[in-house]
Design a protein around this ligand. Structure first.
Ligand code: ITT
Length: 198
């Protein structure tokens, strides 16, 4: 069976990706299976640039097909910030909690209708001996004034998805995956992989 390596150090992404690629004739491995494969610095100005960089680095290091996700939150009132810096918004060694605190601080007193935001996701699949394929998707919502829900990760407790009347952290994983930036991108990636495997 062919292998695909998930080029991510984020365990929440690993579980979302595994759920959406389930059933494909592919052995899904992670960086834990390849301790020598180091993730490169994410220094590109776009999600697609960083996704391609991560996937190609891991494909080169392992000699196997590699899939990388680069994603983040773009807040309209903040001119698209935190954007590609979403994981490091509050600083290199800060956690999701610190990022959410900073986001609430930057949006303090901003009325709800001006708190629109989009999650964006770029997925790159680097195939040794072939090319690197790219898929991009987004999901629009708004940023609440306080956290709601315990599920998901990252900015999910603050990201209100109007059609569901809930934050991503309040939605069961399958419901989030139906509509999320990553869920939509992974469904297209799954179709791509099905084509590549035949
Ligand atoms: P890898 O680079 O190792 O894949 P990372 O967490 O550093 O993991 P990114 O650089 O792509 O990943 O940053 C993505 C950040 O965007 C992530 O850490 C969250 O803060 C946020 N994010 C992305 N998708 C999200 C989602 O579905 N729900 C909540 N926050 C999300």
């Amino acid at each position: 069976m062919k292998k695909i390596i998930l080029a991510t150090g984020n365990r929440h992404k690993v579980s979302e990706i595994k759920a959406l690629l389930k059933g494909l004739p592919l052995k899904i491995l992670t960086l834990e299976d390849y301790p020598g494969a180091v993730m490169p610095e994410e220094d590109r100005p776009t999600f697609s640039g960083n996704a391609v960089k991560k996937a190609e680095a891991v494909a080169r290091a392992t000699g196997e097909m590699a899939l990388a996700d680069d994603s983040g939150l773009e807040v309209d009132f903040l001119d698209g910030r935190p954007g590609v810096l979403s994981a490091r918004y509050a600083g290199e060694d800060q956690d999701h909690e610190a990022n959410n605190c900073l986001l609430l601080k930057e949006l303090l007193n901003v009325p709800q209708k001006e708190r629109t935001a989009s999650f964006r996701c770029a997925i790159a699949v680097a195939v040794p001996g072939d090319q690197t394929y790219l898929v991009e998707e987004s999901c629009t919502g708004s940023i609440l004034q306080s956290r709601r829900g315990e599920g998901g990760f990252g900015y999910d407790p603050l990201f209100y998805y109007e059609p569901a009347g809930a934050t991503f952290a309040e939605m069961p994983a399958e419901e989030k995956n139906m509509v999320s930036h990553r869920g939509k991108a992974l469904r297209r990636t799954r179709e791509l992989l099905e084509r590549l495997l035949t």
